[in-house]
Every structure is written in C-alpha cells, then in structure tokens.
Design a protein around this ligand. Structure first.
Ligand SMILES: [Zn+2]
Length: 416
C-alpha cells in the first residue's frame, strides 16, 4: 500500500471502514512558494504559492501551503516573478528559405526543428499558433509535441495557407520556390476548390482556416472568400484573415471572418467604419506590430512613417476594447528577440506593462478560444508557468531574464 502514499491515519480508518476526508492535501508534483505571482487575471500576489498536480494548477494560495511535492521551488529572496506561460498567436514554425524539396523539409525537421522548438521554450513561450506552414508535416509535429515525444511549446496550427492565384505568399516569400508554393498553400481559383480544400483541412484537424484575403496588391475574389467562410462555418472552425489595407480589412470582416492576423497597416482606420464593424462583429486582432516598430534593429525613417499609421490604427482599435492578442509573426527569428521586439512596439503604442502582460497571456488565450485551459494561473487551468528574474510590472525587460519554464506541469527550462 506504500505506493498509494496513504498516511497511517488514513490506512487505519480504511481498515476500520470509517474514513473521513483527509485534512492534509495529497502530494503534489510541483509547488512554487514565497513567490510574486502575476495571475494574469488582474491580480498580483506576494509571498504566494502555486500548487501543481497532474499537469494542472491545483491551488493558488496567497500564503504558504503545507502540501508536500516532488519539486519545491522556494523563491524567497530571489526577486523572481511567476506569470502564465507566454502565448504567441502568430508564428511560422518552419522558415521557407532553403526548403525546396521533401528531402530538404525532412532534413530541417530532423536536424533544426528541435533546436527551434527549444528556443521558443527558452523565450518563455509555452503555446504557439502556427499561421500557415508546410502541411501535413506540421500536423505530425503537432502530434509529436502533444504526445510528449518532442519537446516544444503547445502547438495549434492552421495548416495550409489559402490564397488567390499568385497571391501572398506564392508571389512573395515563395516567389522563386515552386516547392514552397505547393507545400505551404493552396491557390484558390474557384469557390468549389475553396470548399474542397476547407473540407480536407477540417478532416486533417486544423485549429483554424487561414486565408490571405488581400496582400501585396492581390485580393481574393469575394465569392471565393465567401465560400471559405461558409465552409469553415459548416465545420465550426474559425477563419483567420490576412489583410493589409483598411478597405480589404472591412470587406473581410463583412464577409464574416473570425480574426484578423494583422491590424490594417495601409491607410488610417479613423473616419472609416472599420472599428465600429470590428466591435459589432466581435472580431479579434493579432497585434503583430514588432517587426515594423522601433525595437527592430533595422528601423528606418520610412519604417517609422509606416509605424505611425499602424500605431494610430492600433490605438483606435484599443480605444474601443477590441481584443488584441500577442503575435510576433516569427518566421525564423530568435523567439526571445522577437518577443522583446513586440513588447517594445506595444510599449511605444502606449500599452501599460499590465496591459502588455495581459495581451501576452490571458488575451491571447481568449483570442485562440482556449481561455478555459490557458492564459492565467488559476485553479484547474493547465500549469504553464514562466518564472523571470525581476518584476516585469516595474520593468518589462525582466521578461528577458527567463529562469524557469513549466508546461503542462513539467519543468522544461530551469536556469535558477
Ligand atoms: Zn504570418
């Protein structure tokens, strides 16, 4: 009976057939004690404890707990802060560059991917949403991570990108790479092909349908977009739309897409019906402002002029409490650098540290429709924790000092 961890009193009462509820909590897998905890739900606790069991948060206590645990992390005197694991809602896990055949793709997955997944964990990111990638390769990667056979952040994915003939990224990122044009996207020329493709992706178990409605001067026909939205609705799958201009963003929202993967960046939303429409339809928007912002080492005066427009648009969106998620659009960069670039841009736009941290955690979970399990440190949620040195509410650069990363209750990074 030893393996059941029964305390003597419980064992005795079992023998007597008269057990009462044990007054001491069962052993936990992990307890973090004497910690500053930013729960992500608007609460900051000092000297608090987080108890983790079976991959989930069992208890968040504003004081010490008596619970025994396999791993105890006592943070007293460290100045460390515990927050929910970061969620990046716009990532392309496999960079397109140089991948021009099945063999090259297999080689990348074998040799480079494990390191790339580790780099996401090292940045404190415990969940990523892949916004279009090589498929079904990514489906296999998603399954291997979920099964614990591959270390990495929890992965959700849209599968193939649906675009107009010659649309982005066929004519942009994959311009000179026919393999990329085939293995990462479907160029939709008819509503029938749109429906067929959505059906196939639904059977593959994608977590969203990604459509490039408008980019780089090419716009998908309205009847094809309508077919994508209608067929995704049949399967109950959200639709993510890539748009760049205000006019096409309005059209996408009117067509019924669920989310915009970028805020409009060409043209100002002020004076248009864009924000009213987004509020009315409950559309969510991934911020993805970092690479065009002042945190980019290659920031030029031309970029600064474009960023002023983007900034005004995001401020208008925020002003009406539209849900904004965290998204780096990382397609090959170092995740820690891209996260910090994004944070700097959000700061420049005028978000407070509290708002930025909420965007990176709680709001991104809501964006993905996963807030039942993710985004805050609360009883019953999946135990995804990030521990950093310092207090990011006082100085956001504390986010660069990742010390511990816990995913599903397992300690994956420990640099204490
Ligand atoms: Zn993207």
């Amino acid at each position: 009976m030893n393996h059941l961890h029964l305390r003597p009193a419980v064992a005795l009462c079992l023998l007597a057939g008269a057990c009462s509820t044990p007054e001491v909590a069962p052993r936990a897998d992990l307890v973090v004690t004497n910690a500053r905890v930013i729960t992500g739900a608007g609460t900051v606790l000092e000297n608090a404890s987080v108890v983790v069991s079976d991959g989930r948060v069992r208890e968040v206590s504003p004081a010490a707990v008596a619970t025994q645990a396999d791993v105890v992390m006592d943070l007293s005197g460290t100045g460390y802060t515990v927050l929910p694991g970061l969620i990046d809602t716009h990532v392309h896990l496999i960079p397109s560059g140089g991948i021009d055949s099945d063999e090259a793709l297999a080689r990348y997955v074998e040799e480079r991917l494990p390191g790339r997944l580790e780099s996401f964990l090292a940045s404190g990111t415990t969940t990523i949403y892949d916004a279009g990638d090589f498929w079904p390769t990514l489906s296999d990667i998603r399954a291997r991570i979920a099964a614990g056979k591959l270390r990495g952040p929890r992965l959700f994915a849209v599968g193939l990108i649906l675009t107009a003939p010659g649309g982005h990224p066929a004519s942009t990122i994959c311009r000179t790479n026919p393999y990329c044009q085939k293995a990462r996207m479907v160029q939709l020329d008819t509503p029938a092909l749109a429906r067929e493709t959505v059906d196939k992706l639904a059977r593959d178990g994608v977590n969203g349908i990604k459509v490039v409605h408008e980019a780089a001067g090419i716009t998908m026909s309205r009847e094809v977009l309508d077919a994508v939205v209608a067929q995704a609705r049949v399967h109950g799958i959200p639709v993510d739309s890539h748009n760049e201009t205000v006019a096409s963003s309005i059209e996408a929202v009117e067509a019924g897409v669920t989310r915009l993967v970028h805020p409009p960046r060409f043209g100002r939303v002020e004076g248009t019906k864009f924000v009213d429409l987004v509020v009315d339809r409950g559309v969510r928007i991934a911020a993805t402002v970092g690479s065009g912002g002042p945190g980019n080492a290659k920031y030029t005066p031309e970029m600064a002029a474009l960023f002023e427009v983007l900034k005004a648009n995001v401020q208008a969106i925020r002003g009406r409490n539209v849900l904004l998620s965290f998204g780096t659009d990382n397609a090959g960069g170092d995740p820690a650098e891209r996260v910090w670039m994004e944070v700097q841009a959000l700061q420049d736009i005028g978000l407070s540290p509290e708002q930025i941290l909420a965007t990176m955690t709680r709001d991104s979970a809501i964006y993905l429709g996963r807030d039942k399990d993710l985004g805050t440190i609360a009883e019953g949620k999946l135990a995804d924790l990030l521990i950093v040195a310092g207090n990011p509410l006082e100085e956001l650069s504390a986010l660069k000092n990742v010390r511990v990363v816990v995913k599903d209750g397992a300690v994956l990074v420990d640099k204490r």
